[in-house]
Design a protein around this ligand. Sequence first.
Ligand SMILES: NC(=O)c1ccc[n+]([C@@H]2O[C@H](COP(=O)([O-])OP(=O)(O)OC[C@H]3O[C@@H](n4cnc5c(N)ncnc54)[C@H](O)[C@@H]3O)[C@@H](O)[C@H]2O)c1
Length: 337
Amino acid sequence: MSAVPRRILYLSRADVTAAGGSSSHLFVEAVARALALHASGAFAQPLKPYLRWRPNGHVADRIIAMPAYLDGDEPVAGLKWIGSKHDNPRLGLDRASAVIVLNDAETHYPIAVLEGGLISAWRTAAVTAVAARRLARRDFGSIACIGCGPIGTAQVTTLLEQFEGVRTVHLFDTRRDVAEAAAMLLSARFPVAAVTVAATAEEAVRAGDVVVTATVTESPWLPFAWLSPGCLLSNVSLMDTHDDVYVRADKVVVDDWDQCNREGKVIHRLVASGLFSRAELHAELGQVVVGERAGRENDDEVIVLNPMGMAIEDVACAQAVYHLALDAGVGTWLDLA
Ligand SMILES: NC(=O)c1ccc[n+]([C@@H]2O[C@H](COP(=O)([O-])OP(=O)(O)OC[C@H]3O[C@@H](n4cnc5c(N)ncnc54)[C@H](O)[C@@H]3O)[C@@H](O)[C@H]2O)c1
């Protein structure tokens, strides 16, 4: 029997941050690369299984396995294993927790294990930023974010880092203290933007050129009428919109149709009730990234992005972090033998 290959690199959250994970830039680049590979079919990504064991449990109580292989200049495979419990924040814990395993594409041996919660938040925000570059109004100046936990905060941080023209941020959270804490953090980091907490979700949404949902709701609250002309909605939390949002939007863009049309999420529900179909879909985001399908075509279009979240995005981001960590000598080596 041949010798067990060497060792794996373990990167804690602090290591991920030290290697370059303290800002959005590497994640936006990695996600754009993954989306381009998605458009060319240079990937493998089985449908992600949702592990649940409590009958009638909360929609956000689950552990998801997200495996993927990415082709390209440096092929790599990997898995994000992400837990979620809706009431973790009450215990002072993040709702989501994750590890990402990277595997060598030749031998299939694991080469790294990374703390995945931070990478997951940044990559989810990077998807919105990559989309906003092509689907938001070129001159957009305001963001609305509904739900101000780690995901919402990462979304706004990334948009503020990537788009210098943003001057106003409207936050809303059913927990006002959470929205206020996020506003304080964002104001300190981005003094150029006026960050305010709205009295209602409607007030925030109506003021946003780019609107992000990052809640953990199980029931829709966002009607089409609240979206202003020219708005891009990034429906990150997937369950927030009334049916008319997808039906009346000028363009609906998903990350991956097959991944989106399942698990009772909004697209799945709309397709099941005959209100939406693949024929009505404008594009998968990768097609817009590579120029195969149009992005925004005028200043009045209302565009909805439905990002289910793809393992190829996590693997691409983790690979970028891994390389930076190797270069910087960050992390802890663990023997496999
Ligand atoms: N699409 C993707 O790729 C992707 C990736 C990661 C996370 N997510 C989703 O993002 C969401 C947020 O994640 P998180 O880790 O920040 O969760 P979290 O529980 O830490 O934060 C959610 C916040 O939303 C608030 N909230 C709940 N219902 C609300 C409502 N109806 N209106 C306004 N605020 C409301 C809560 O008070 C809380 O502060 C989750 O639903 C998660 O599944 C999506």
